[in-house]
Every structure is written in C-alpha cells, then in structure tokens.
Design a protein around this ligand. Structure first.
Ligand SMILES: Cc1cc2nc3c(=O)[nH]c(=O)nc-3n(C[C@H](O)[C@H](O)[C@H](O)COP(=O)(O)O)c2cc1C
Length: 220
C-alpha cells in the first residue's frame, strides 16, 4: 500500500497490481493534487520554449473526436504582456465608458501578473459528425492538460477567463478568426510561495449508480 504525506488517511491505493508501483503512484498523486496558483503568486522562471513545447504536446493528448485538433495556442511573454494590458484596458473602456480608474488599473495589471500567458483558442470547424460543443470540450481538456502538465513539471498555473475572454475587440487584437473562441487565459510561472497542493474533492454524493430507466415522476 502507498500512503502519501499530503493526503495521509484520505487516499491509499493497492500498488501491488501496478506494473511500476512508484511511477504509477506519482502519476496518480499529480492528478489527485493538481492545484491552481493565483496569477499574482506566479513569477519567473516561466517554462522556457522547450518546456512549453513539452507541456503543449502533453496537452494535445486530450480526447479529440475525429482527431481534428480544434484548437490553437497564442503565447504571450515579456513586453507583449504590456500590449495585452492595453488591449484589456481598451476593451474594458469600450464595454463601460464610465469605468473607474481603479477598475481600469486592475484590468490593465492582469496580464502583468505572471511571466507567461497561453491563450487557449478553440478553432471550430463545421462538421455534421462532430458538434461544436464537442470541439469546445476538446479544447477545454487541452487547457486542463496544460494545468496538469505544468504542475507535474513543477510550475504553477491557473486558467482564467473574465469578460475579456468574451470580448470581440480582444478577439480582434489577438487575431482570432470568425470560427474561433477563447477557452481561457492560462497563466504560468514558478510559484513565489509554495501553494499547498489541493486534494481533489471526494466524489461521494456526485456518484449515481444507475440501474434502470428513471420514471418522469421520480425525476421531478
Ligand atoms: C473555464 C474556466 C474559467 C475560469 N475563469 C476564472 C476566472 O476568471 N477567475 C477566477 O478566479 N477563476 C476562474 N476559474 C477557476 C480557476 O481556474 C481555479 O480552478 C479556481 O481558482 C480554483 O482553484 P483550483 O483549481 O486549485 O481548485 C476558471 C475555471 C474555468 C474552468
């Protein structure tokens, strides 16, 4: 049996059936303990180009109906973050011409919090076989895999959206085409302070063991 310090008492697993017990257990712990890091707690170094390539390759291993890869990544580092900051400020002012200076500053500061931002973009195709919701979900699994892979490599990350992720002027500035949507801004870097790993919630009351069709009256 394997018992990890961080999760003692709450999770144990019979490793005797695993081909590579230690390795497999580490994989499970990475999954069990994935956690977000607040963007303002992220700093240099961010994943370098090679590390990011690995992260994105792992991310692209997400399930993909028809293997159509309905996504792409826009990376924003260094001075380009200041450009994004201006894009956010313009978008906010356009949405609300009476925006307060304080809120405008908060929006402008957003892209500057961490050293690297990966914008995960869903690039949707017209298909009779693969509904667009499935393509969006595929892009979502890719975004989630960035979080998992970056944690596994020792980096912190967080998936954020906010109104700017749905703003047409932001789409335009980032060069999105009409078939594209922002799935999220994934902020990446090294943790300034160690964020305690989070234990994924107990699935307990989320599990429904279905045996036979539910009558419409039971369902109310
Ligand atoms: C599609 C999506 C959009 C999100 N957007 C935001 C956001 O704009 N602001 C925010 O604070 N958290 C947002 N979150 C939640 C964070 O990514 C994160 O999950 C949350 O802070 C909880 O931390 P945890 O992942 O460690 O449980 C979003 C999550 C998803 C899946």
């Amino acid at each position: 049996m394997f018992d990890h310090d961080l999760i003692k008492g709450s999770f144990s697993y019979n490793t005797t059936t695993l081909a590579y017990p230690e390795l497999s257990m580490n994989h499970l712990l990475t999954l069990l303990n994935r956690h977000s890091t607040p963007a303002k707690a992220l700093t240099d170094p961010a994943p370098d180009d090679e590390q990011l390539r690995h992260i994105l390759q792992i991310a692209m291993g997400g399930p993909d109906h028809g293997r159509i890869q309905p996504y792409r990544f826009i990376t924003i580092r260094g001075d380009a973050r200041h450009e994004l900051s201006n894009v956010f400020a313009k978008a906010v002012s356009r949405r609300d011409p009476d925006v307060s200076d304080q809120y405008l500053k908060k929006q402008k500061d957003k892209p500057l919090r961490s050293p690297l931002i990966v914008v995960v973009v869903a690039s949707l195709i017209e298909s009779e076989k693969i509904p667009q919701i499935e393509q969006m979900l595929c892009a979502g699994t890719v975004a989630h895999n960035i979080l998992l892979a970056s944690n596994a490599m020792g980096f912190g990350s967080i998936w954020l959206t906010g109104d700017n992720a749905y703003d047409s002027s932001v789409f335009e500035a980032l060069g999105l085409k009409s078939n594209e949507k922002i799935i999220g801004f994934v902020y990446l870097g090294s943790e300034k302070i160690k964020i305690p790993p989070r234990l994924a919630p107990d699935p307990g009351d989320k599990i429904f063991d279905w045996k036979s069709p539910v009558s419409s009256t039971d369902n109310k």
